[in-house]
Ligand binder design. Structure first.
Ligand SMILES: [Zn+2]
Length: 158
């Protein structure tokens, strides 16, 4: 995609290299849609004269690839697990598949939207307990609201 060159210069290079059925606006739009972490992959276009580039072990040729393959390339870095996923896995010594099932069961366990939302907040570890509120400086003490003896965490409450 010639990201070390400007849009016009790169468009001129790729049209000379064989890009057809495209125009400058389409080319510039595609270039701007590519996420930053994918912009500086191994680019073979200068060596081979083709538009192929590598991402990991996969080789992409923009002329031959289908939109599904471009989509898969764009979402490669999107499938990162949440902080709650990692915390649940470590706290209960579970494997990835088991924790994934917990998150997937969220949809079938309850039909109430509010309950689903709260379960997701619990799993993602984003419930504002007194411990978290005290850490943020919103309240002074992190003691439990009910017993006032221990620190209020998710594990203490549930
Ligand atoms: Zn308590």
């Amino acid at each position: 995609m010639q990201f070390n060159n400007g849009s016009l210069e790169s468009y001129n290079i790729v049209t000379k290299a064989g890009l057809k059925q495209s125009n400058f606006l389409t080319w510039a739009g595609i270039r701007s849609a590519i996420p930053g972490h994918l912009k500086f992959l191994n680019d073979n276009s200068r060596k081979t004269g083709s538009l192929e580039f590598c991402c990991g072990e996969k080789v992409f040729d923009p002329v031959l690839c289908k939109s599904k393959q471009f989509y898969e390339l764009l979402i490669t870095k999107k499938g990162i697990v949440s902080r709650g996923f990692t915390k649940l896995k470590n706290d209960f010594d579970l494997d990835d598949i088991t924790v994934s099932k917990v998150f997937l069961n969220l949809l079938s366990d309850s039909s109430e939207t509010f309950i689903r939302s709260f379960q997701l907040k619990l799993l993602d570890d984003i419930v504002f307990t007194n411990k978290r509120l005290a850490k943020l400086g919103h309240i002074l003490h992190d003691a439990c609201t009910f017993c006032k003896e221990e620190t209020e965490t998710i594990y203490h409450l549930f």
